[in-house]
Write a protein of this length. Structure first.
Length: 531
């Protein structure tokens, strides 16, 4: 896990695609042993990775051992994924590995080696290979008295602008532009941070730079206290010395004015119809007293463990919107980091019965690691249940290790689930729409299930996914690998771009321009329906 997370952002892509098998086995066990829940049987596979001990954190690893770990990353991805070179050439990956290996000229700790692992993973330009910072590594640093920068900054061209400041730091304000941090110019520091992020799209890479600015600045070697030279909004220059902060600084930070790059503005306050965190349904303020209201659903995550809660929320939200005579429905996934596509299907079942698919093809590579992933996903005392795995995933278990299973998916219609919403519906998307939320946006856009408005998605529909953890043989740093290739709803494997909305709206500082446009479009569609 990476520390200083802005919110729980997914490391795993669409768990349901392969954990459904374990869930079925668990369900069978629930039937045999009443009163149990699936959570008793299942866990995150990352929970099966042992935490590094203080001795392991302090250990110096010889250069040859660390070079072998970099080679192990290349071999891992070739072994586990149908097409690890989806966005890059094999030659570029091998060249990157050789460059990083050549830079290892002395024994290193895990902490010193970590930036090289992150850069190696980022070289594949697959967001699901993005490498986090182990919590125990950062905890050990805090215990040694190390601290993080007291601000976050966002890329702006080749420069950095402060977007958030810890409450304890009063000498820096959001909107200040960074000239240098210590002796490192802002452009050089930004280049270092970008090198740690996979950049499946440049938009998402720079969102990640902003969101993980503090901890990744620590990764690349920023030590505190240090000088920070700034240019104020009025053009004046200032040099301040910052002491740094510990964990949890985000909770009280001061941020840029709403809508200044690159954040999603807060929605206007309306009447709350249903509030089941993290999901919420609002009735937006009417533009005129005699207009019918419009409902807004905030959909910030597709975490598969929240599927039951999401279903219940949708039932209550749609019923409440209908009861209040809502003229239209807006669903906001602009900050949805993904999860399980099943939550997206549950939404669409309430607004359409038209045929669609979120992916056109799925390619699944069987490997020793993917077999192990099934075991790691089940809690130790229940792993014996996996003897039934061939009954539930026969296509997978018939594959030999190294073989690929290919599933061609057809667009199919699904019956509406009641209560459903029959009026105009809009999906808001943006540069923080990622993973399974990108799949939802892609299916909606490809088959015109809802009007999509906003900015292109940060995630890309043609992608590698369903990941698991693997510990490198020498440093024991856990890296992610992927075992599946997903092809976008259109079936065009050559289209490596994002989902582009029907109507692209440029962000406006201090306003939610995308939401405003959605309201305008719903009124237009409402008027057309009355003709």
């Amino acid at each position: 896990m990476q520390a200083d997370r802005p919110r729980p952002r997914r490391r795993l892509r669409r768990l349901a695609a392969w954990t459904a098998c374990i869930a079925v086995i668990a369900t069978a066990a629930v039937t045999l042993w009443g009163g149990c829940s699936k959570s008793m049987f299942m866990q995150s596979p990352w929970d099966a990775i042992p935490k590094a001990t203080p001795e392991e954190i302090a250990k110096l690893h010889e250069p040859e051992a660390l070079r072998a770990d970099l080679d192990a990353i290349v071999a891992l991805h070739e072994r586990t994924n149908p097409n690890p070179y989806l966005r890059v050439s094999k030659e570029s990956i091998l060249a990157l590995a050789e460059r990083l290996k050549a830079s290892i000229d002395r024994p290193m700790t895990r902490r010193e080696f970590l930036p090289m692992v992150m850069e190696m993973q980022a070289g594949y330009r697959s967001d699901h290979y993005g490498q986090g910072v182990p919590n125990e590594e950062l905890d050990a640093a805090f215990a040694r008295g190390e601290r993080l920068l007291p601000f976050r900054a966002a890329p702006e061209g080749d420069g950095l602008v402060v977007v958030a400041v810890a409450e304890s730091e009063r000498a820096i304000e959001p909107g200040d532009r960074i000239v240098r941090i210590g002796n490192v110019p802002a452009a050089e520091h930004l280049a270092r941070l970008r090198a740690l992020k996979p950049g499946e799209s440049e938009r998402w890479r720079d969102v990640s730079v902003r969101e993980y600015f503090r901890v990744n600045s620590w990764v690349v070697g920023i030590t505190l206290p240090t000088e920070v030279e700034l240019i104020r909004p009025d053009g004046s220059r200032s040099t301040v010395t910052v002491e740094g902060v510990g964990a949890g600084a985000r909770k009280t930070e001061r941020t840029m004015p709403t809508g200044t790059p690159p954040t999603t503005p807060a929605v206007p306050q309306g009447e709350t119809l249903v509030d089941r965190p993290p999901f919420r349904c609002l009735l937006l303020p009417r533009e005129l007293p005699d207009t019918a209201p419009i409902a807004l659903i905030e959909f910030p995550t597709m975490d598969g463990t929240l599927g039951g809660q999401w279903d219940k929320f949708l039932d209550e939200a749609i019923a409440a919107a209908n009861a209040r005579g809502a003229a239209g429905l807006i669903v906001d996934v602009r900050e949805n980091g993904g999860g399980s596509t099943e939550l997206g299907e549950a939404l669409l079942a309430r607004v359409t019965d038209r045929p669609y698919r979120m992916n056109s093809k799925l390619v699944w590579r069987r490997s020793e690691e993917s077999d192990e992933l099934f075991r790691m996903t089940s809690k130790p005392m229940w792993r014996w249940l996996l003897i039934a795995l061939p009954l539930f995933v026969p296509e997978y278990t018939k594959l030999k290790q190294g073989e690929d299973g290919i599933s061609e998916l057809e667009a199919t219609s699904r019956p509406r689930v009641e209560p459903s919403f029959k009026g105009p519906a809009v999906l808001l998307i943006g540069d923080q729409t990622f993973s399974a939320a990108t799949d939802l946006a892609d299916g909606v856009r490809t088959y015109d299930l809802m009007l999509t408005i906003g900015q292109p998605t940060g995630g890309l529909p043609n992608t590698l996914g369903d990941i698991g953890p693997f510990q490198l043989p020498n440093s024991r740093i856990a890296v992610s690998y992927s075992m599946k290739l997903f092809v976008r709803a259109s079936g065009d494997e050559s289209d490596l771009g994002p989902v582009r909305p029907h109507i692209e709206v440029t962000p406006v500082a201090g306003r939610d321009a995308a939401l405003e446009r959605a309201i305008v479009e719903i009124r237009r569609m409402q008027a057309e329906q009355k003709k």
